[in-house]
Design a protein around this ligand. Structure first.
Ligand SMILES: [Zn+2]
Length: 475
């Protein structure tokens, strides 16, 4: 073998090495590029393809009542209603929801709210609440390809994976319970999975945010019983709308994690509907969740400018920075308010919020895909599962049989300014108003004879113990 041949062999061998090296380099480059590209093309909204976006609060059912008297045949859910002459933004300032926009918004789970105004308290709140539960159930049944009633945490994700919005029912405002544990239990049986303890009015057993720093009833013993019974049956306790002191009271006694279905951060915008920092720390300890409200008036306290998507980002990031990514979620409050921030104008806009968070701007916490999935829905599912686990652990506990006293109801109605407290009540506990005159005098300074005078009632005798009072005037 001559020298040239050796050189040739050497060169050929070298060339093979070079070819292999070049080939490997190209391969690595291609792999590198594709990995790089896939990282670069991930957008925050893509997290909504791997975890359901669950919104804690939508008041569309109240618009059914308000606009259509719950006549669903006149509602075209499957149409884009943006410019509709009844549901469009020019016709209805609190209408933000239809199916095309929910789909564009990648909504995977939604609490539909059975809300009745505080004016119905002590009047027909129960009947109105039942009508709202009925219309939500009919709404869900009307669109079986798009919506499915969900009452268990474990069904949210499967429903969403089947291409439907996991539709859950909520009650907003303890006045819907009419101070009755029986109603609480029956609402659960009808599919309701959270109750907001108050709306904007105090109930006889819990204060609403209107009392600011103070209290009227705070959380009474009966209020504590309501919370214990909710824990026992697996009804989520929602602390949006309650006073800051009631938030603290409930967090001190609840046996299950709580939710704030639609509340933002008080230290970012000092509105008493928002959650103060000390309560946020308690929520972390409780393993609960604050689902951030988008309403312009809660996220932006600066009246010289309009609210924007950035305000919502700031609330989410504040909560995350303070108590961690496991305790924050989304509760837009669409259809319950008349003003939404620029950039979050309707239910189609959630993906923009997730894109924006994933930009991970300087000074903001870093959001990973996993974090965004938690914010979207995984945190809420965890809380819901924990509430179910508490329910199961309490299965040996009997239903509570406490009844609020007539005195508490009388005092509450009087404080509420009802001209004729108790005038429309026939329930047995109202006889307590007479039987416990001492308590009544202590709390309200009224003597029984005076109450009777005020009530315009006759005492028809203690012999018939079912009906102590009879009403003389109209109800
Ligand atoms: Zn609300």
């Amino acid at each position: 073998m001559g020298e040239s041949s050796i050189i040739f062999q050497y060169c050929t061998g070298k060339m093979i090495y070079i070819n292999v090296a070049v080939g490997l380099s190209i391969l690595l480059l291609v792999i590198g590029l594709s990995v790089g590209l896939s990282v670069n093309t991930f957008k925050g909204r893509d997290a909504l393809d791997s975890a359901p976006l669950i919104d804690g609060h939508n008041d569309l059912p109240y618009n059914f009542y308000h606009i259509l008297s719950n006549n669903l045949s006149a509602f075209h859910f499957e149409s884009d209603l943006r410019n509709d002459n009844v549901w469009g933004k020019n016709a209805c300032s609190s209408c933000f929801t239809d199916l095309p926009r929910l789909n564009a918004g990648k909504v995977g789970g939604q609490f539909w709210v059975a809300y009745t105004p505080c004016e119905s308290q002590y009047k027909d709140s129960v009947q109105l609440t039942l009508r709202q539960i009925d219309v939500i159930r009919r709404f869900i049944q009307r669109y079986p390809a798009n919506l499915q009633l969900v009452t268990a945490a474990g069904d949210i994700e499967t429903t969403w994976r089947n291409g439907k919005i996991a539709s859950m029912i909520a009650i907003e405002g303890g006045h819907s319970l009419d101070s009755s544990l029986a109603l609480l239990r029956l609402y659960y049986d009808l599919g309701v999975r959270y109750v907001t303890l108050t709306h904007t009015c105090n109930t006889p057993w819990a204060d609403a945010s209107i009392v600011d720093n103070g209290y009227v009833y705070n959380l009474t013993d009966f209020g504590k019983t309501v919370v214990y019974e909710m824990n026992r049956i697996g009804m989520l306790v929602d602390l949006s709308h309650v006073s800051h002191n009631v938030m603290r009271e409930v967090l001190a006694i609840t046996r299950a994690p709580v939710i704030f279905s639609h509340s933002s951060a008080f230290s970012v915008c000092k509105h008493y509907r928002n959650v103060p920092d000390d309560v946020l720390h308690l929520v972390k300890k409780n393993n609960g969740i604050v689902m951030v409200n988008f309403y312009s008036g809660f996220v932006n306290c600066n009246s010289s400018r309009n609210a924007t998507l950035q305000d919502v980002v700031d609330h989410i990031n504040h909560i995350r920075n303070l108590i961690g990514v496991n305790h924050v979620g989304i509760g837009g409050d669409y259809d319950g308010v008349s003003s939404m921030p620029m950039g979050l104008e309707d239910v189609s806009k959630y993906p923009d919020l997730f894109d924006r968070l994933y930009e991970n701007r300087e000074g903001e916490p870093t959001w990973t895909r996993e974090d965004l999935e938690k914010l979207a829905g995984r945190n809420f599912i965890r809380v819901f599962q924990a509430v179910e686990a508490v329910r199961d652990s309490l299965s040996s506990e009997s239903p509570r049989e406490d009844v609020i006293t007539g005195n508490e109801l009388y005092i509450a109605q009087k404080k509420e300014g009802l001209k004729d407290p108790g005038a429309c009540q026939t329930a047995k506990e109202w006889s307590n108003v007479n039987a416990t005159s001492d308590a009544e005098e202590k709390t309200s300074g009224l003597k029984v004879s005076k109450i009777m005078e005020l009530l315009g009632r006759n005492l028809i005798g203690m012999t018939h113990h079912h009906s102590v009072w009879t009403h003389v005037g109209g109800c």
